[in-house]
Design a protein around this ligand. Structure first.
Ligand code: ZN
Ligand code: ZN
Length: 260
């Protein structure tokens, strides 16, 4: 029992940005904290995870969608890694033939970084992602998305409420039908709307989607709330606010909290 809460720690796509033009929506890359009672679940470990302050008493799990830099670059700076013997579970699917630890070791090791994850004081364990499992009382369902070399979509359900995380997802009729079914009647759908429809024409195959397609999927799914994520790196506050007005859908801001 306890609250079920989503906090946006970072929602920028591709690469972190900073400066006055990005002050409102934030420049940190993908990381969302889901609190469910005693469980603290982090969806991705982009630079947004750097500002996370986990409670001393909570259980920490990190669910990775895939290994692209914008979803992983904050991991070596996650404060919980410096806490002695603190258990941290990391789940990910096999990507390009690499087990989760093998993939992370490629980034978090010399010459890119002076140590490996196992050299931190925390007690980190790596797990190959099951299709469906439980973290405490949180049910975790997964679906393979449409993205170069793959990306995992997550549905987290707690006390009858669900959050669906669908980033690094490119629309096509088959993928959208599968996502609409996966996200059926969810309470919150986080959807990758990195490109405008016009930009998308130039970036087909890059693995991202548009607001128009997000609205279609959310409608088909009967999602109660749609939130757009993975903002293009150079999309400034003014442009994001204009897109919000145009589509009548919220674009996530770092620091946003949603109590379910
Ligand atoms: Zn990404
Ligand atoms: Zn990606």
């Amino acid at each position: 029992m306890g609250d079920f809460k989503l906090t946006v720690l970072g929602t920028r796509g591709s690469v972190p940005v900073e400066g006055k033009n990005f002050a409102i929506y934030g420049g940190a890359t993908s990381c969302y904290k889901v609190q469910a009672g005693n469980e603290e679940i982090y969806l991705d470990a982009g630079s947004g995870i750097v500002s996370a302050l986990p409670k001393a008493t909570s259980n920490i799990t990190i669910l990775l969608t895939h290994m692209h830099l914008d979803h992983l670059v904050g991991l070596p700076f996650f404060i919980a890694l410096t806490q002695k013997d603190r258990p941290i579970k990391i789940y990910a699917d096999k990507r390009v033939g690499l087990m989760p630890k093998e993939a992370i070791d490629k980034l978090v090791s010399n010459p890119f970084w002076p140590c490996k994850i196992e050299d931190y004081p925390a007690k980190v364990s790596f797990h190959l992602l099951p299709k469906k499992f439980f973290i405490g009382e949180v049910e975790v369902d997964t679906l393979e998305g449409s993205h170069p070399k793959g990306s995992t979509l997550y549905r987290l359900t707690y006390q009858g409420k669900s959050i669906v995380h669908a980033t690094d997802f490119e629309h096509n009729s088959e993928a959208c039908a599968a996502l609409a079914n996966f996200a059926k009647n969810c309470d919150i759908l986080l959807y990758d709307a990195q490109y405008t429809a016009e930009e998308y024409e130039r970036y087909k195959g890059y693995g991202h989607s548009t607001p128009e397609e997000g609205i279609k999927v959310a409608t088909a799914a009967g999602a109660k709330k749609l939130i757009f994520v993975h903002h293009a790196p150079l999309r400034n506050d003014e442009e994001l606010a204009a897109l919000e007005r145009k589509f009548g859908v919220e674009f996530a801001k770092a620091g946003d909290e949603f109590l379910l």
